[in-house]
Design a protein around this ligand. Structure first.
Ligand SMILES: Cc1cc2nc3c(=O)[nH]c(=O)nc-3n(C[C@H](O)[C@H](O)[C@H](O)COP(=O)(O)O)c2cc1C
Length: 217
């Protein structure tokens, strides 16, 4: 029986990439990486990939102690990749000390990964406010109540106060809610292929644009 096998053997036997995988024609890749990121995102959405906008984002303290967590992508424009969070929590304090981040998207149904390294800054206040006001009311109340990532008080009194604040002013946005933008210095696109012949294309920022390189898998 399978369950008699060691965990190691069962992990080894798990399939990785099943089903149809898209082709990645690196010769047709654009000169800059963000249009290709948008192209892959659109393809993931069309293909029905689950949560294609979920990405891992790693930050580090000034001393280089890393943290990683999942966030939702909010937008991609010509310059940057956007996410939103409270600047008062651990990731916000990492970014205050060390404004760099590394992002990973993994679209398992398509065997695709995108890795981004970049510098991070805060977008205009109006973008943060618009983002906050689009959130679910419970999420807004928690963000107002919250010291994100702090232990929850038994009474959770902050939440009741937050709900009162929102009832009195539905457009209230906490100062700490922040739309951040990651301005990439390096973006790598990775495509699995059926015979394990993976394709990797890395863009690196230069003084006047981007260089593209194919990497060994
Ligand atoms: C699918 C998914 C999406 C998430 N999206 C967000 C988000 O957009 N913004 C956010 O602040 N936290 C989001 N979180 C929670 C974060 O992973 C994390 O727990 C939180 O931001 C606290 O991180 P920190 O302690 O490193 O600051 C999400 C978690 C998951 C699993």
């Amino acid at each position: 029986m399978d369950s008699d096998l060691s965990l190691r053997a069962r992990l080894r036997a798990l399939p990785v990439f099943t089903g149809e995988l898209p082709q990645f024609d690196t010769d047709a890749a654009p000169e800059a990486p963000l249009p290709l990121l948008v192209e892959w995102l659109e393809a993931a959405i069309t293909a029905g990939v689950a949560q294609p906008h979920a990405m891992a984002i790693a930050t580090a303290t000034r001393e280089g102690v890393p943290s990683n967590r999942t966030l939702l992508l909010k937008d991609v424009d010509t310059e940057a990749v956007w996410f939103a969070s409270l600047s008062s929590g651990p990731k916000g304090s990492d970014l205050d000390e060390n404004p760099h981040a590394a992002l990973v998207f993994y679209w398992r149904e398509q065997g695709r990964q995108v890795r981004i390294v970049g510098t991070v800054d805060k977008g205009p206040r109006a973008v943060s406010e618009a983002d906050f006001l689009e959130r679910h009311p419970n999420a807004r109340a928690r963000a107002i109540a919250g010291n994100q990532s702090e232990p929850v008080d038994a009474e959770d009194a902050g939440l009741a106060t937050a709900k009162q604040i929102l009832a009195a002013d539905p457009d209230h946005v906490p100062d700490a809610w922040t739309a951040y933008r990651v301005i990439p210095t390096s973006v790598e696109f990775w495509q699995a292929e059926r015979e394990r012949d993976q394709v990797r294309l890395r863009y690196r920022r230069t003084d006047d644009g981007w260089t593209k390189e194919i990497l060994w898998p």
